[in-house]
Design a protein around this ligand. Structure first.
Ligand code: GLP
Length: 241
């Protein structure tokens, strides 16, 4: 893993942007995208740039079940607001939170991924080590599926909702098996609350109890973290300011 430690998320935004810029220069066509607070500064840098995605495809990692794309807390809405409305793509895919048949929706999304192999995937990480919404205990081979969210994930995401009871309890997630097929992965994390997950992911055993640890088996991973998220690693790094 190529590990970049930055002073803060502003610097992280610039460094993450450079990874996208390089991927584009290398001919990447399909971008796996993520939501959450972490990628926001990277998306801000992309929006402010003259990079052209108008012939590119994006495939998002996950979506809450039960939320329409027009709901302010849906991941479709998040992506439209933070990126797509300001930086148009040729086509953008997000699971349909309102799909009536979850199994058919998971199949449909797997077909989308099969038809558009992902060149570069950006990932955040949950405090419990989840990637996408693949919670601890999920098979490394799984493809798109409907997830019962961990209580800790519901609590962590409650900050975006008026009331914790409003947080959907299920979500569609791209599977770890599909994430691992992307040619290149950029995992980003900021803050002390992610330090244990980052240490487990990089220095711990590869185990389904720590979903992100599977990335040790991928040969093209960049980990972009701030000092706080790096604080529990045994190795020491130069910090980019
Ligand atoms: C959610 C998303 C993940 C994201 C994680 C971390 O659970 N499903 O894709 O990586 O939260 O979010 P944040 O970046 O806000 O800390």
């Amino acid at each position: 893993m190529n590990i970049i430690v930055v002073e803060n998320e502003q610097v992280g935004g610039r460094e993450g942007y450079k990874v996208f810029e390089q991927a584009l220069a290398n001919g990447a066509n399909v971008f796996g995208l993520a939501t959450g607070s972490t990628p926001v500064t990277i998306y801000e840098n992309i929006v402010a740039s003259d990079l052209d995605f108008s012939e590119k495809t994006s495939i998002n990692l996950d979506e809450y079940q039960g939320l329409a794309g027009t709901h302010e807390q849906s991941y479709r809405y998040f992506m439209d607001e933070h990126l797509f409305n300001k930086k148009p793509f040729k086509e953008t895919f997000v699971p349909n939170g309102l799909a009536e048949d979850p199994e058919a929706e998971a199949k449909r999304y797997d077909q989308v991924i099969a038809d558009h192999p992902i060149d570069m995937q950006i990932l955040g990480i949950g405090q419990n080590g989840h990637i996408g919404f693949n919670e601890p205990g999920t098979s490394f081979d799984i493809t798109t599926h409907l997830v019962d969210l961990a209580e800790s994930t519901i609590e962590a995401n409650a900050r975006f909702f008026a009331d914790k009871n409003d947080v959907p309890r299920r979500a569609y997630s791209m599977g770890i098996g599909s994430i691992m097929k992307s040619k290149q992965i950029l995992l980003v994390a900021y803050g002390e609350s992610k330090a244990d997950a980052i240490a487990g992911m990089i220095e711990g055993p590869v185990t389904e109890e720590m979903p992100a640890s599977v990335l040790q088996r991928h040969d093209n991973v960049t980990v972009l973290i701030d000092k706080a998220a790096a604080s529990k690693l045994s190795q020491k790094f130069d910090v980019k300011a």
